[in-house]
Ligand binder design. Structure first.
Ligand code: G6P
Length: 373
């Protein structure tokens, strides 16, 4: 076991630090040079024969549980943008509880690290029964979801041992961004946008390497939060998922109450919780939601909120001034920013867990793969 962890103390720590390599492996052989312009484009072997059908579908539905659901949520905006098809989100158990309508002209994308989660598998059986095209995105070759879907993509992140998913999350987002690029590949008007995303994908591992340098800073932040009861995380747009996933990491391993909140909903309840004691992470990196997040920060500051602001490098003074703590991250293309932004929150959750003396790799009551309903 020690050998597998290499120089790291825990699998979660190892898997967080492995992300520059796991992301490289996820993209290997899938961004290829081609066409008359000789520019790179996406080739996903497991999907190419089904792209026509997917492009004709009435809607695309993402189904998953836990971190896999959050990864799908992070990829939803870019899939909507590049495909022009409505994309809806379903937590597997909820789809089944409602016996929600699923149609023959739906494309359903099942996202699961293990490929064996019972609720996701049951939802797959249900969707197959309704005649939908079923696509699997898993990290496990030969898993039930990989076997039983019509087509799919393996994320190739390497085995993940820590119960809290980290490197699988970032690889899932990258694969779903590549799926969006492949579905949208025929649209001439979005070509410059697709090329910008591909360019950013190629630089992503080095940007993640850069953001991992925040390790000590996140340990320091964790020290300041060690005895807190609760931690809120506010995000929106591409980074709503980052808020949900950051909060999920903190609650599942550090055993601290944490809630990811859509910043646009702040005034409809969460604002009542704000005082000078409750720590709040606000994700305010540069994208089309930036000015809205600046206004959220002002409103939280007006209520003396205890803020930790995640912003783009160089933006610290612009976003919050001296009164709040900042986490500065490198800028990448907007739809891939969630891959960079989650890393400091993974590190924060990891250090909080170690400092609070809890089991990092085997949190109480949780399992890596939930194979019962
Ligand atoms: C469990 C794990 C989570 C994971 C979820 C979905 O709850 O503890 O880390 O996100 O299952 O698992 P899957 O293998 O379907 O992605």
């Amino acid at each position: 076991e020690q050998i597998n962890k290499g120089k790291y103390e825990h699998y979660m720590q190892k898997e967080i630090h492995e992300q520059p390599e796991s992301l490289t492996t996820t993209m290997r052989g899938r961004l290829i040079r081609g066409g008359s312009s000789n520019r790179k484009s996406v080739l996903l072997g497991g999907l190419k024969d089904h792209l026509k059908t997917i492009r004709r579908s009435r809607r695309i539905v993402f189904i998953g549980c836990g971190t896999s659901y959050n990864a799908a949520l992070a990829a939803r905006p870019i899939l909507e943008e590049l495909s022009g098809i409505p994309v809806t989100m379903e937590i597997a158990s909820d789809l089944l509880d409602r016996q929600a309508p699923v149609y023959r002209d739906d494309t359903i994308i099942f996202v699961s690290q293990s490929g064996e989660t019972a609720d996701t598998l049951n939802a797959l059986e249900y969707a197959l029964g309704n005649g939908a095209l079923c696509v699997g995105i898993t990290n496990t070759v030969g898993s039930a979801i990989a076997r039983n879907t019509h087509c799919g993509v393996h994320i190739n992140a390497g085995s993940e041992i820590g119960v809290a998913s980290t490197k699988a999350y970032t690889s899932q987002i990258v694969v779903m961004a590549m799926v969006a690029l492949a579905i949208g590949a025929d649209t001439i008007s979005s070509k410059p946008r697709r090329e910008a995303i591909i360019k950013s994908l190629l630089h992503l591992p080095s940007k993640v390497k850069e953001v991992l340098k925040l390790d000590e800073e996140m340990k320091d932040l964790a020290k300041s939060l060690i005895s807190e009861q609760s931690l809120l995380m506010f995000g929106r747009g591409y980074n709503y998922a980052t808020a949900l996933e950051g909060a999920l990491k903190v609650k599942e391993v550090a055993l601290m109450h944490s809630e990811g909140i859509l910043a646009g909903e702040m005034k409809h309840g969460p604002l009542a919780l704000v005082d000078e004691n409750l720590p709040i992470v606000v994700i305010a990196t540069r994208d089309q939601c930036f000015s809205k997040q600046q206004s959220v920060i002002q409103q939280l500051k007006a209520r003396k909120g205890r803020l930790i602001v995640m912003c783009t490098e160089g933006d610290a003074a612009a976003v919050c001034g001296p009164s709040c703590r900042v986490i500065q991250v490198p800028l990448v293309v907007d739809c891939l920013q969630p891959v960079v932004n989650i890393v400091p929150l993974q590190l924060l959750a990891y250090h909080l867990t170690v400092l609070r003396g809890y089991n990092v790799d085997q949190p109480r009551n949780l399992a890596k793969s939930v194979t019962t309903e």
